[in-house]
Each structure stands twice: as structure tokens, then as C-alpha cells.
Design a protein around this ligand. Structure first.
Ligand SMILES: [Zn+2]
Length: 177
């Protein structure tokens, strides 16, 4: 199936803790689930994304784009189920509902432009848009209007360009995405 969708996520482990290597370990299946109380709920979880963009804009790749990554879970977009089958998953290091760094948007836009040379990307959406009610990342702090400006691809479908409005209660209790 052709890859024509990019899905933006947010993740940090524990939620709100930036700069560590827990996300890398989670995606590589090497997370020590005894290292932090929050990690207990991640025991046995098998997830991965193609890319992670750190707070400083550094780009990490975990899965080849020609292979399926397990980032979307139960999901659908434009009437097609199982978004993992036809999407690239990109995690921004961040907190669901919180703000993201300008350098992360620049790296994300650059990555999407590069990917579009090889894959017929048509839409860029959040995890919250393909699994509404079940997932809420990246959330209200993600600035879709800024991403749209940086992409300069009017034909691409992006969620409505509401201004980023971080959730008041965005804090450590928020879910990892
Ligand atoms: Zn997610």
C-alpha cells in the first residue's frame, strides 16, 4: 500500500521529562520498566515510530520508511483503517497539549519535504485525528498554522489551522503519545 500519510505524535518518558534516552529504549524494546514508576504501564508494550525529533531539533530514525512502524494503533483516516499500513510516524519530543520548540517545526517541515520526494504524501495529521477519543497527541499546543507556513505545500491536507493553545493542565499526568 502506498505511503501517503504522515502522522505527528508527541512523546516524552516519563511525560514532561525531556532529554533522556527512555523513548529510544522504548522503541528499541530495551526500556528498563523498573527504572521509573511510570514505566510500569509500558511493560510488554511493542511500539515504534519511524522518526523522533528531539527538543533541540535532532532527528533520530528507528524504522525504515519502507517498513511498517507501530505508532498509530487502532486508527483510520479518510475511511481507511489501520493507518500503520500507509503512514510514516513522526514523534516530537514533547508533552501532549504542551508547546513545541521552533526548531522542531523546522526539522519536521524539512523531513516532510524530503519524504515527499519518495512517497506520495497527501495529508499530515496528528495522532488525535486518526484515533479521536482514544488519542490526544500532539494536542492543542501544536501549531498547525506554523507547520503549514513552513511546508509551503498548499495541496497537502493539514488539520484546520487553529492557533496553538496549550492546555492549562498540560503536566506530568498527560499520556505519552
Ligand atoms: Zn501518538
Amino acid at each position: 500500500m502506498a505511503v501517503d500519510l504522515a502522522v505527528v505524535h508527541s512523546i516524552s518518558l516519563p511525560p514532561g521529562c525531556f532529554g533522556g534516552d527512555a523513548v529510544r529504549h522504548l522503541f528499541c524494546g530495551t526500556l528498563d520498566c523498573d527504572a521509573h514508576p511510570y514505566f510500569d504501564q509500558l511493560r510488554g508494550l511493542q511500539v515504534s515510530a519511524h522518526f523522533v525529533i528531539r527538543r533541540d531539533g535532532a532527528l533520530q530514525q528507528f524504522v525504515s520508511c519502507d517498513r511498517r512502524a507501530w505508532h498509530a494503533g487502532a486508527s483510520s483516516w479518510r475511511g481507511r483503517a489501520n493507518c500503520n499500513d500507509y503512514s510514516i510516524g513522526i514523534e516530537l519530543e514533547g508533552l501532549e497539549g504542551g508547546l513545541f520548540e521552533p526548531v522542531q517545526y523546522h526539522q519536521l517541515a524539512r523531513l516532510l519535504r524530503v519524504l515527499s520526494r519518495r512517497y506520495p504524501l497527501a495529508d499530515v495529521v496528528g495522532h488525535e485525528h486518526i484515533a479521536p477519543g482514544r488519542k490526544a497527541d500532539p494536542g492543542a499546543g501544536f501549531d498547525w498554522a506554523l507547520l503549514r507556513r513552513l511546508l509551503r505545500r498548499p495541496s497537502w491536507g493539514l488539520p484546520p489551522a487553529a492557533a496553538a493553545t496549550p492546555r492549562e493542565d498540560a503536566g506530568p499526568a498527560a499520556q505519552a503519545g
